[in-house]
Design a protein around this ligand. Structure first.
Ligand code: ZN
Length: 353
């Protein structure tokens, strides 16, 4: 049982697609984690709950879907889909409290509407209805993947004296990259089957060649290099996903907005890397409001890689807007989950080919 001491509780206003306020959710901060009360979800979105204390189980019936919460567990089931939240569902002063990432990761699956949250403004905005109810959830944290033996190589960029880029407040790229990679490893470890290797698990320098031969020696199935960006212009912002392509040396401007250039996608590795790019892009657009781009570039640091792979520049450490996103305590978790999902979904698609 947790004591109910909330230093920074606040209200999240819920707005419909026409910006009309339709209610509010109390956000409780407890030991650095955010929770919302299930009773508030009922007040705003309707539905009914059934409690089965003997199984520590609460079932929410809403929008023809059954959502099952288990006390002291981060797992949540929506009909046949299972999800995992950052924090377990708990009781606070006799009320059921759910990890706040429920709002970003699961609510849209239940109500079939897009959900976007501005934590700074304290607003949750509902989009119009998602038409295709069978459409793939954008951020499904645990589909039934069968990926036994699928080998994932995660490469946290930089390390040691090579700090990478740096924000004006002293955030170091090398630390952020490693933080995300380690969280991804944790998330993957809860999913049986896949094998995960990090090129570095500590703050040490590695040459690009070391990283590539590490991945090649392991015969990885997929490679993700994690970086953060920097620009002299404070207005440059958002994520960038790079696919290594030597031909981009000849034609430099191959940035075709969000979609990787189809003309170059015939070759096996690039085609597969494009699939991975799309998986990541679709999910990041959901959690990075400053948007992003997919690009081809000759990436010396990925030369010689024998597996599909991309280099992700998550955000610009030089952009006030991007730093604002990064200041959200849930961001790194949401990002890590989104990247794990992208890779699992990619693996499933590759296996089906
Ligand atoms: Zn970097």
């Amino acid at each position: 049982m947790f004591e109910a001491v909330f230093a920074q509780d606040f209200l999240l206003k819920v707005l419909d697609s026409k910006n009309k306020e339709i209610g509010s959710l109390k956000v409780l901060e407890l030991r650095g984690s955010r929770y919302i009360l299930l009773e508030d979800v009922l007040k705003v979105f309707g539905g009914t709950t059934k409690s089965e204390p003997q199984f520590k189980r609460i079932t929410l019936s809403l929008n023809d879907k059954k959502t099952i919460f288990t006390l002291d567990s981060p797992k949540i089931r929506v009909d046949s889909q299972e999800f995992s939240l950052t924090n377990p569902t708990i009781q606070i002063s006799g009320k059921s409290a759910v990890s706040a990432d429920f709002l970003t990761n699961i609510l849209f699956v239940i109500i079939d509407r897009k959900v976007s949250i501005d934590w700074e403004e304290g607003k949750l905005k509902l989009g119009s209805e998602i038409n295709n109810r069978n459409s793939e959830p954008i951020q499904n944290t645990s589909l039934q993947y069968d990926l036994s033996g699928f080998r994932i190589i995660i490469d946290p960029g930089h390390g040691g004296y090579d700090i990478g880029s740096k924000s004006k407040d002293g955030l170091l790229e090398k630390d952020l990259n490693l933080d995300i990679a380690l969280r991804m490893k944790d998330i993957f470890s809860e999913k049986g089957g896949v094998e995960v290797y990090l090129t570095r698990e500590e703050d040490k320098y590695m040459t690009p060649e070391d990283r590539i031969s590490f991945a090649n020696d392991l015969r990885g199935d997929v490679f993700l290099s994690i970086h953060f960006n920097w620009s002299p212009s404070q207005d440059t912002k958002g994520f960038n996903i790079f696919v290594n392509n030597d031909k981009a040396r000849i034609s430099l401007d191959l940035n075709s907005g969000f979609e990787p250039n189809e003309a170059l996608s015939n070759e096996g590795l690039i085609a597969k890397s494009n699939i991975l790019t799309k998986e990541i892009k679709d999910r990041l657009l959901n959690i990075i409001p400053t948007g992003g781009k997919c690009k081809y570039a000759p990436l010396a640091i990925m030369d010689g890689l024998f597996m599909p792979g991309v280099l992700l520049e998550v955000l610009y450490l030089s952009s006030p807007d991007d730093l604002n996103i990064l200041s959200n305590p849930d961001f790194i978790d949401s990002l890590s989950l989104a990247l794990c999902d992208s890779i699992l979904s990619f693996g499933t698609k590759i296996k089906q080919q």
